[in-house]
Ligand binder design. Structure first.
Ligand SMILES: C[S@@+](CC[C@H](N)C(=O)[O-])C[C@H]1O[C@@H](n2cnc3c(N)ncnc32)[C@H](O)[C@@H]1O
Length: 266
């Protein structure tokens, strides 16, 4: 199967539609990891009354983890450009009687945050959707003088080693929005900021083939929305065959997912 222009229908509208459709089922198709949240909490140990902003917060699953981890003096601004994601977040947080947060519909490239108002900006699994220089410059404007930014993402090479990258046709070729560490470092350097630390997180995964098929069909990664329908269906068939060829127990397919956390100090 060769890659044609038709297979690539990437546009911001496509992505916006993707996140609108997936908003109500996002948590059921994605895997929640919390190690990086605890790590960030630890890095912020010396700070009190933290005013945080979660950019590209989606339905707020990671904002919620922070809210559970910190005490009531903590406040989080949940920023996303997708209305459906923010509606899910608002409903979910209201059910849990959470009040120390606000939702802000807005663009990562023009943050709806006041100058020098934020202690810590976090972004999870979203940086590849942003204009990174604009996001960094807006973060710099919004952060207090000793502010921090934490960027959590899969790098292109990490994505290629995942179960999808290894076995789902065209997954790595079509997912050309992700960054390598050098590219992010260069953006950070150009924004006159310093990387304080980087940490790789590795997660041992076990899943059934049925669950993987369910996730792909529900487009749990927006990458799957970069396929046209025919190519996706063909690729899903080949994926199933690849998994059958490479794993004995289709109830217990095992692989390692990797992500990186970059801590930036302004
Ligand atoms: C893959 S989801 C990640 C959601 C959440 N951070 C998580 O890890 O569960 C990416 C999110 O970024 C949002 N997004 C993409 N581009 C954006 C932009 N330019 N400004 C604000 N939000 C954006 C999408 O609407 C979506 O909710």
């Amino acid at each position: 199967m060769s890659r044609t222009q038709n297979e690539i229908k990437s546009s911001s509208q496509t992505m916006h539609d993707h996140f609108s459709i997936i908003a109500s089922k996002y948590q059921s198709v994605r895997t929640l990891d919390t190690e990086h949240i605890l790590h960030i909490k630890h890095r912020l140990d010396e700070k009190t009354n933290i005013n945080m902003a979660d950019i590209g917060c989606g339905d707020g699953r990671y904002s919620l983890e922070f809210l559970k981890t910190f005490d009531d003096s903590f406040y989080i601004h949940c920023v996303d450009y997708n209305e459906n994601m923010l509606k899910s977040l608002d409903g979910n947080f209201a059910e849990q009687n959470i009040t120390n947060f606000c939702t802000r519909q807005g663009d990562a490239n023009r943050l709806p945050l006041d100058n020098k108002s934020i202690d810590c900006i976090v972004t999870f699994n979203a940086i590849h959707h942003f204009d990174v220089p604009k996001f960094l410059s807006e973060s710099l404007r919004s952060l207090k003088s000793d502010g921090r930014i934490f960027i959590y993402t899969r790098l292109r090479n990490q994505n290629a080693r995942s179960v999808w990258g290894k076995h789902f046709p065209l997954f790595t070729e079509l997912e050309n929005r992700l960054y390598e560490l050098d590219e992010l470092k260069s953006h950070i350097h150009n924004a006159d900021m310093n990387i304080h630390s980087t940490k790789t997180f590795e997660y041992s995964r076990t899943s059934s083939l049925d669950r993987l098929i369910h996730q792909a069909q529900n487009k749990h990664y927006s990458t799957f929305d970069l396929y046209d329908e025919k190519t996706f269906d063909e690729s899903l068939d080949i994926f199933q065959q690849n998994i059958k060829n490479n794993f004995d127990d289709l109830e217990k397919i095992q692989w390692t997912d990797e992500n990186i956390l970059i801590e930036i100090k302004n």
